[in-house]
Write a protein that binds this ligand. Structure first.
Ligand code: HEC
Ligand code: HEC
Length: 367
């Protein structure tokens, strides 16, 4: 038998990129600040897998969908013979045929649902407009995204398990063929046409371009921030002047109206300080705070803070709310005491742009 080319350079390169991007996209949700990278990787994967469909529809030997084995009888026979003697497939065996189709479909669904969750939850990207109407369902969108991501991870693990089984049980050359593209066969090998080579170059190039472009262009339509900076000095001059003099200017949407009323009625003893103002100023600020309180906001932080509260309790501090406590639990107490931070209520030491009403993940400083 001779060695023939089965997997083109583009198939092997795309496979390598898929592995690297997949690993990264599953690791990035662990760190809040890396959300932009996670989203950019998602879109790059959508390009890789979307182009795999184009590749499968073209007349590329072994890679085209027509050469896949989708017969249920073949799949059954293949699965039952896993631990025994197995028929050798030059192209994709029945199990990997199904796995590839499932990975393409699940990747595209995971990216679409992820983009929607990004819009609904964070007010970011192409679906940022959904935040206004659907913010109450942000958890649902996140769960749907996680469902597709978990299903995808499951298929990937099954696929890897299959390849390893092949390698160690059957001493098959499949694993190596993903590196050098070669397999032993009497069949005629693969040869790409000029047009197919152009598509192959576009496949690899476009996915890498997508990742790099999105990372370098935070304002691109796929990742643009739908949250507009609020200029509180313009919105309400007195609030801005009075409430920024001792600490961070806390955006009104971070507490409900009951908290603001309670606070504005007790400014004489404001956390041990006398922050009292004349009656007009007090009334005017109170009105502004109530009008812009958490109940009237579509922002994730407002929604989550409100949701976390014990309904019978009046919270006078953001740092006392269960959501705030939960989100900052992992931070070492010593960090809050650091010279450049000082205390938990010094939000702006860690959250850039919070005084403009923005609480984006990418604005969280690395501690
Ligand atoms: C005289 C100084 C002073 C002024 C003026 C002042 N505050 Fe405060 N405020 C404090 C102190 C002290 C605390 C306790 C927490 C801290 O040390 O930052 C506090 C805490 C808060 C907190 C709770 C922060 C947390 O821990 O979650 C809120 C909310 C707040 N202030 C809102 C306001 C608003 C609204 C105004 C404007 C009407 C205002 N403050 C004006 C001194 C002041
Ligand atoms: C010592 C730095 C630090 C300080 C001070 C701090 N935060 Fe944070 N905050 C963080 C970090 C880090 C995270 C991300 C935690 C995680 O990984 O879930 C975070 C998360 C959050 C979130 C959740 C964001 C999201 O998308 O889920 C909100 C809301 C928030 N902070 C508000 C505040 C407010 C309001 C203050 C001031 C009262 C404050 N933080 C003070 C570091 C800080």
């Amino acid at each position: 038998m001779k060695k023939i080319l089965v997997w083109s350079l583009f198939t092997r390169l795309s496979h390598l990129l898929m592995m690297v991007f997949m690993l990264a996209v599953f690791l990035t949700p662990e760190v809040k600040q890396l959300l932009s990278l996670h989203v950019a990787l998602g879109y790059a994967l959508a390009v890789l897998f979307g182009m795999r469909i184009v590749w499968g529809l073209m007349d590329v030997r072994y890679s085209k969908f027509k050469d896949f084995s989708f017969k249920i009888a073949d799949l059954k026979a293949y699965m039952f013979s896993i631990f025994g003697r197995k028929k050798e497939y030059i192209g994709h065996n029945p199990a990997s045929s199904y796995a590839i189709l499932a990975m393409i479909a699940l990747t595209l669904l995971a990216v679409l649902s992820g983009a929607m969750a990004y819009g609904v939850k964070e007010g970011m990207g192409v679906f940022s407009f959904l935040n206004q109407t659907l913010f109450r369902d942000m958890k649902l969108f996140k769960e749907v995204h996680e469902f597709f991501a978990n299903a995808l991870m499951f298929v990937i693990f099954a696929h890897i398990a299959g390849v390893l089984l092949d390698k160690f049980l059957h001493k098959s050359s499949t694993l190596m063929s993903m590196v050098d593209g070669l397999k032993q066969s009497e069949e005629k090998g693969l040869a790409l046409s000029f047009f197919q080579k152009i598509v192959g170059i576009f496949w690899i190039g476009f996915s890498i371009f997508t990742l790099v472009y999105l990372l370098l262009t935070p304002r691109s339509f796929l990742m643009a921030d739908g949250n507009i900076k609020i200029d509180y000095a313009k919105e309400h001059k007195v609030f801005y002047k009075e409430c920024i003099s001792c600490h961070t200017l806390f955006p009104p949407f971070l507490l409900p109206s009951s908290s603001w009323v309670g606070m504005m009625d007790t400014l004489k003893d404001h956390f041990g300080d006398d922050a009292s103002l004349d009656e007009d100023a007090t009334l005017s600020i109170k009105e502004f705070l109530v009008k812009n309180s958490a109940e009237f906001s579509t922002k994730e932080s407002a929604f989550r803070i409100l949701e976390s509260m014990d309904k019978d309790k009046t919270y006078l501090a953001i740092t006392e709310t269960p959501f705030w406590k939960k989100r900052h639990k992992k931070i070492d107490k010593k960090i809050f005491e650091r010279e450049d931070i000082g205390k938990p209520s010094n939000c702006k030491a860690c959250h850039d742009n919070i005084e403009n009403g923005l609480l984006n993940n990418r604005d969280i400083r690395m501690l």
